[in-house]
Design a protein around this ligand. Structure first.
Ligand code: COA
Length: 222
C-alpha cells in the first residue's frame, strides 16, 4: 500500500529518561571531523528513498552556516573497518514555535545496515548530547511515509505535534500502521498539542569514550 507522504513534526517536551541503547560490538561512534561533509552526503544520499535524486548541496545548505557546531553535534556510527554507516545530528532551532528547541536532524542508516537496531544507539547518543549541551526539549521534522523513522522516534518518546487540521489528518492516516498507537485527539483544538508519550524502553548505559561536550561552544545562545 502506498502511504501518502506528508511533512510532520514530532516533539519531546523534556530530555529526561532518554533511552540508553548501547553501541553493539564491532561498531563505534565518533563526532564530525573536517572532511566529513562528503561522508554525510553519501550516507544520507544512499539511505534517502523519498528525495531522489538526493541533491548534492544538502549538507552545505543545512549545516555550513553553523559548521563550528558540527564537531559537537554531528555523530557518525562506524563499522568494524571504521567506515561511517549511519549519521544523526544533535542540531538546534532557536525559534520553533517561539521557543528554543534542540533538533534531531537527518537520521540515516545506509540500506544494507538498516533493520538491525543501529539507529537506536545513534539516537541515544544525539538525544543525550542535546541534553548535555543544555537543551531542555527537542523536536524533529519527518514525514508520514517514513514508517521505520516514525517507529524509531516514538520509541524515543517523541510525540506527534499537531498544529493544524492537516497535521491531525496526516497522523490519522498513519495511525494503525505504527508499532505504537498514537492516541490522537478527536479534533484539532486550535494550538499545537502533543499526543501522549509512549514506547519508551530502558536499556544499558552507553557513551563515546573520551568525549565530553563543552556546552559554551556549541552555539551562540548556550
Ligand atoms: C529511519 C532509519 C534511520 C531507521 O534506522 P534502522 O537502523 O533501520 O532502524 P532500527 O533497526 O534501529 O529500528 C528502529 C525502529 O524502527 C522499526 N523499524 C525498522 N525497520 C522497520 C520497517 N521496515 N518497518 C517498520 N518499522 C521498522 C524497528 O522495529 C524499531 O522500532 P522498535 O524499537 O520499536 O522495534 C532508517 O530506516 C533510514 O535511514 N531510513 C531512510 C532515511 C530516513 O527516512 N530517515 C529519517 C528522516 S526523518
Amino acid at each position: 500500500m502506498e502511504i501518502e507522504n506528508v511533512g510532520v513534526n514530532m516533539v519531546r517536551e523534556d530530555l529526561e529518561n532518554l533511552p540508553d541503547y548501547p553501541i553493539p560490538p564491532g561498531f563505534s561512534a565518533r563526532w564530525f571531523r573536517p572532511g566529513d561533509e562528503a561522508l554525510w552526503q553519501r550516507i544520507v544520499g544512499l539511505a534517502e528513498k523519498l528525495i531522489t535524486p538526493f541533491p548534492a548541496d544538502v549538507f552545505q545548505k543545512e549545516f555550513a552556516p553553523r559548521a563550528d557546531a558540527l564537531p559537537q553535534r554531528q555523530c557518525f556510527l562506524c563499522d568494524a573497518r571504521g567506515e561511517g554507516i549511519a549519521t544523526a545530528t544533535a542540531w538546534f532551532d532557536d525559534n520553533h514555535r517561539g521557543k528554543p528547541y534542540g533538533r534531531i536532524h537527518w537520521v540515516a542508516v545506509i540500506p544494507e545496515m538498516q533493520g538491525r537496531g543501529l539507529s537506536k544507539p545513534l539516537m541515544s547518543i544525539v538525544c543525550k548530547r542535546l541534553r548535555e549541551l543544555g537543551h531542555e526539549r527537542a523536536y524533529l521534522a519527518t514525514s508520514t511515509a517514513r514508517i521505520p523513522a516514525l517507529n524509531l522516534y516514538l520509541r524515543f518518546g517523541f510525540a506527534p505535534e499537531i498544529a493544524s487540521n492537516e497535521d491531525l489528518a496526516a497522523w490519522r492516516k498513519v495511525d494503525g500502521l505504527l508499532k505504537t498507537p498514537l492516541d490522537l485527539p478527536i479534533a484539532f483544538q486550535g494550538g499545537p498539542v502533543q499526543t501522549k508519550r509512549s514506547g519508551l524502553a530502558a536499556s544499558p548505559a552507553l557513551g563515546i569514550p573520551g568525549d565530553e561536550p563543552t556546552p559554551s561552544n556549541g552555539q551562540g545562545r548556550l
